[in-house]
Design a protein. Structure first.
Length: 316
């Protein structure tokens, strides 16, 4: 049995397993490196797995987060979760690298002793809506101006569409980053490969907000697994921001996740940026903590990274 087949078998036994760590999802976003997985056995049975994304830069090998990916590992069967010895054992099976950066899933609880004693994690936040199957109650928890102004007026002039394609979605994302004088952190080819995989596995849909002149005001990509709908990414036209399309598209994704998918949870997948945090809190979302780890084992690797950053700044 291959590692990927073994991984597929194990994750089917883990409730609330996130779409971002499915084997086919990782295949779609790890083109700039390779992903693999290590396992932990007990009495001849796999009880845990640690998927990782390995990249190379010059003489250095390092583990990092793939683009368009919220979580990697580790994952354990429910009865073995939050037991530090098992998580440490999985970590010890990873290949030797110069640097390690990873987002742990919520299943590694932040209210208990951190399982990897040699590493110092940071606590990051995401935001979640629970019990979205009750749409009326969910809507009642939205900020008043969302309910009584934006969501009441938006359908009068704006329409939700799903048929405008990946290229149009990438372009609206590009406009959002351009307003901040940044490039998108993913290429059109990578996004296309990811969306194709999501559609093939019936786990994603792009939502466009369009006006009567067929101008795209905003767009967002919704992805989901068996338990949760996730806010994958989004963009908006800076010249059309006053229409409220960004709020409208999020509500339509929540409504779709509840009414069409029958899901109970909607996860905004971040962010730590205060202005974005305020948006999600206005939707009635609650904070959820997870661990972010960044540890460098090689001083030479750190020096090379700093040199590359200086070079990029000088080239601009």
């Amino acid at each position: 049995m291959t590692n990927k087949a073994r991984y597929q078998k194990l994750i089917q036994q883990i409730p609330d397993f996130p779409v971002f760590a499915y084997d086919w999802y990782l295949d779609s976003v790890c083109g700039a490196g390779t992903w693999d997985v290590v396992f932990l056995e007990k009495e001849g049975q796999d009880i845990g797995a640690f998927p990782y994304f390995l990249k190379k830069k010059g003489p250095f090998k390092y583990i990092t987060m793939p683009p368009l990916c919220k979580f990697m590992g580790p994952y354990l069967l429910p009865e073995f979760q939050n037991q530090p010895a098992y998580i440490q054992a999985l970590f010890d099976r990873l290949p030797s690298v110069s640097s390690f950066t990873q987002n742990f899933h919520y299943s590694v609880a932040t209210n208990q002793t951190f399982p990897l004693k040699a590493l110092s994690p940071k606590t990051f936040f995401s935001y979640r809506l629970q019990n979205i199957e009750d749409l009326e109650t969910t809507r009642s928890k939205l900020a008043r101006h969302y309910r009584n102004s934006i969501l009441r007026k938006a359908p009068e002039t704006l329409t939700i569409r799903h048929d405008l394609g990946v290229e149009a979605y990438y372009e609206i994302n590009r406009k959002t980053y351009a307003r901040q004088e940044m490039d998108p952190p993913f290429s059109l080819d990578l996004l296309r490969k990811n969306v194709v995989a999501l559609e093939k596995n019936k786990a994603g849909k792009i939502f466009f907000v369009v006006d009567e002149q067929e101008r795209i005001h905003a767009a967002a990509l919704l992805v989901w697994d068996q338990q949760t709908a996730w806010y994958h990414s989004a963009g908006g036209d800076p010249e059309l921001r006053k229409s409220g399309a960004g709020i409208y598209v999020v509500w339509e994704m929540i409504r779709f996740a509840s009414s069409e998918l029958g899901l109970k949870q909607f996860d905004f997948a971040g962010s730590m940026i205060p202005a974005i945090e305020k948006l999600w809190l206005n939707f009635g979302a609650a904070r959820h903590e997870y661990y972010h780890l960044e540890h460098h084992f090689s001083k030479l690797f750190v020096a090379s990274q700093k040199a590359m950053e200086v070079l990029k700044k000088n080239q601009k």
